[in-house]
Design a protein around this ligand. Sequence first.
Ligand SMILES: [Zn+2]
Length: 374
Amino acid sequence: MMKKLIKTILLITLTLSCSKISVVNRDGGKDASAQPQTKVTEQKKELTLKEKVEKDLNSIKAETAVVPKKFVRVKNTKKVNKFCKKISKKFLNYGWGHSRCNSFKWNHVRNSVWGDPLMWVTFGDEKAHKEKPKNMTMVLCGVHGDEITPVKFCYDILHHLHNHLTEERLKDNLIVVVPVVNPDSFFKRWPTRTNARGVDVNRNFPTKDWNKKAQKIWRTRYRKDKRRNPGKKSVSEPETLFQVNLIKRYKPNKIISVHAPLTIIDYDGPTVSNLDFHSVAHKANNLLIQMSKKAKGYRIKNYPFFPGSLGNYAGNERNIPTFTLELPSSDNRRHKEFWGTFKSSIHYALFHAPMTNKIVLNEKSEDEEQKKSN
Ligand SMILES: [Zn+2]
């Protein structure tokens, strides 16, 4: 009994002297009354840590509840792995959680101006598509580096596909997802619309009117607005060539290009008055309406296309139905809301809206050129 009492007294003295030392060390021995306060703060710190751990555990539980399939790391090139690390860091900075970049098999042929890989993920059998065309959808995000929510949106699509693709669906569909078309601008400390050389990648496509109009319109109508610089010549930028080659290689029968913040969905492509493409136009129009309906009646607006823009190159000149989805904002905090709004529109567009396109299928592929440039 006596021994126990001595032990307890010793323990108390030890604890007191210990906390005293810490107070003396922190406050230079000037303020003895700081002692109890320190204890309270320490207690508080401990509680916050506990709360943090609990919160983390809860979030993991929530995540596993929504994500039925496990994300497993797959083998990619060193360059891609390095890029994935960069993406993951950005994701954490923006409060977007895990990118799971490493769980996807990336294709990569060329690089951005500053040397980042321009990469995409393919879902489905490309070889079979060449023999018998499938419902081929191409999704492009991060064309303008300062529109950051589209990048997260494309990753949401990747995660969705990872969880919802079945053998059955893969039979008829081929999907290409490009989450960051313009990585140089996205990774800048202060992201910009234009690429590393100050060119708007979405004014740099080799459209028929480019030589005659692109520079002229930029100088007169836009008074050399830096944000809309079409470049010195068409397809001068690797990020443009990258998209051109993807279109030629995969021959999509529809393209979904995600931007922000105009809060509209816009369509470029054949219209019903075009007799050669009457059926495609009809289907595209239906899809436009469905996409809007499934997103709480999201506003459809016919936004004009420009010399060198994707809508002009793919939609107008190649008759590939091109849907530009302009998210409501570039605010990184609203990413969940945006995915929630458009999830079923995207799902519908990818799996339930097949269209065929005769002309694009006849255009020569530049696969060989792509391979050479590797
Ligand atoms: Zn944009």
